[in-house]
Design a protein around this ligand. Structure first.
Ligand code: NAI
Ligand code: MG
Length: 349
């Protein structure tokens, strides 16, 4: 489906002479609609981008008996950059099925998730939100170690390591410098979980102090943070937290950006990253042309800014989205949302 364009991206990446390669994994449902749209937009910004498609997800499992084939993992490792659409999950337990995105995050050590939330004209109910949630993406309660201790007692383990906590804090320092952040809020529940949350908080504090950023560090208990994200979201800049807390808080916060159609994310490892819209495969609208491609497109902007260090291109893309939403009302975007948004965005790039 994608043309392979070779050549050098001279000048397109702020002077970088290196040709960029992208492995795209549309997945299931609207992933097949929003990912191609995001790729066409990226190709406009980076004409020499080399794009190759790979399989993963539920349809892939039904075809090959595996949700992430080895060929996909190999290609991702080789390319170092990916754009993932969404995958469906069976509603009941299926023998041998493992969540595709969790497999990619774990096998490729994409141990930080970055989720920005900002106000967008025409969609947001307030215009002063601009925050970013950095979440540990590989451990916490999501290690998935559950067992029945007895017929009446289920136990889940929560793993917090110094190494993973320090890694997310190092990324936070990097992001804080890029964003010129005035405040870094560590979100935890160390009053109730002093060992796990305590280790997370102390590891983050140590790294941020070593980075010379101790003056920006602030803390919130997760329940208070949830309330304040609703009451005064404008007070937050960078939030750093553990896996489950970050999952919940980032979905909650994305309300301010106008909902799931506008919520991007980046799964961030060392030298490898996969951009991913926060939404799922949306089976209720798949095939209707109504899927909003902006979450996937804004995820591509995160790849540009944080993984490829092409901040100018990311700015250009985000400015075009802002212009589009300023100039066109939701009603004008009509029923064939995917096509119209892509066409109108390309005009404004
Ligand atoms: P969903 O995010 O797919 O859809 C929730 C609602 O939002 C639906 O009404 C949908 O039409 C709408 N929506 C989502 N993205 C949209 C977009 N880009 N434009 C316009 N409307 C959009 O979540 P749901 O329905 O809970 O899950 C559907 C499937 O997706 C399930 O199989 C679930 O397991 C999977 N899923 C996968 C995720 C991933 O791949 N990371 C994340 C969340 C769910
Ligand atoms: Mg989630």
């Amino acid at each position: 489906r994608y043309a392979d364009v070779s050549g050098l991206a001279v000048g397109h990446l702020g002077g970088s002479q290196e040709m960029k390669r992208l492995c795209v994994i549309p997945g299931d449902g609207i992933g097949h609609e929003v990912v191609p749209s995001a790729v066409r937009v990226l190709e406009r910004l980076m004409p020499s981008l080399q794009v190759t498609e790979a399989e993963a997800g539920w349809e892939c499992f039904q075809r090959h008996g595996c949700s992430v084939p080895d060929t996909t993992l190999k290609l991702m490792r080789e390319y170092g950059a990916g754009l993932f659409g969404a995958v469906s999950s069976p509603a009941h337990r299926v023998e041998g099925y493992r969540s595709a995105i969790l497999t990619l995050r774990q096998d490729l050590k994409l141990s930080v998730s970055l989720r920005p939330v900002r106000s967008w004209p025409g969609l947001s109910t307030r215009m002063d939100v601009n925050l970013l949630i950095l979440r540990e993406n590989s451990e916490g309660l999501y290690v998935g170690h559950e067992h029945m201790a007895s017929a009446d007692m289920a136990i889940a383990e929560r793993h917090i390591s110094r190494q993973a906590s320090e890694h997310v804090a190092q990324r936070a320092a990097e992001v804080a410098r890029l964003r010129d952040s005035q405040r870094i809020t560590l979100v935890h529940k160390a009053n109730v979980l002093p060992l796990t949350c305590g280790l997370f908080r102390d590891s983050c504090r140590n790294v941020l102090a070593a980075e010379g950023l101790a003056g920006l560090v602030d803390e919130r208990l997760v329940d208070v943070a949830a309330l304040q994200l609703i009451e005064r979201p404008q007070d937050f800049d960078l939030l750093v937290t553990t896996n489950l807390f970050g999952d919940i808080l980032s979905d909650l916060a994305c309300y301010w950006s106008g909902g799931l159609g506008l919520a991007p994310s980046l799964n961030w490892g060392r030298g490898i990253a996969i951009a991913e819209p926060v939404h799922g495969s949306a089976p209720d609208i798949a095939g209707s042309g109504k899927a909003n491609p902006l979450a996937a497109i804004l995820s591509a902007a995160l790849l540009l800014r944080y993984h490829w260090h092409a901040g100018l291109l990311a700015d250009q893309l985000e400015r075009a989205v802002e212009l589009l939403l300023t100039e066109l009302s939701v009603a004008e975007l009509g029923d064939q949302t995917t096509d119209i948004i892509e066409r109108e965005l390309l005009k404004r790039l």
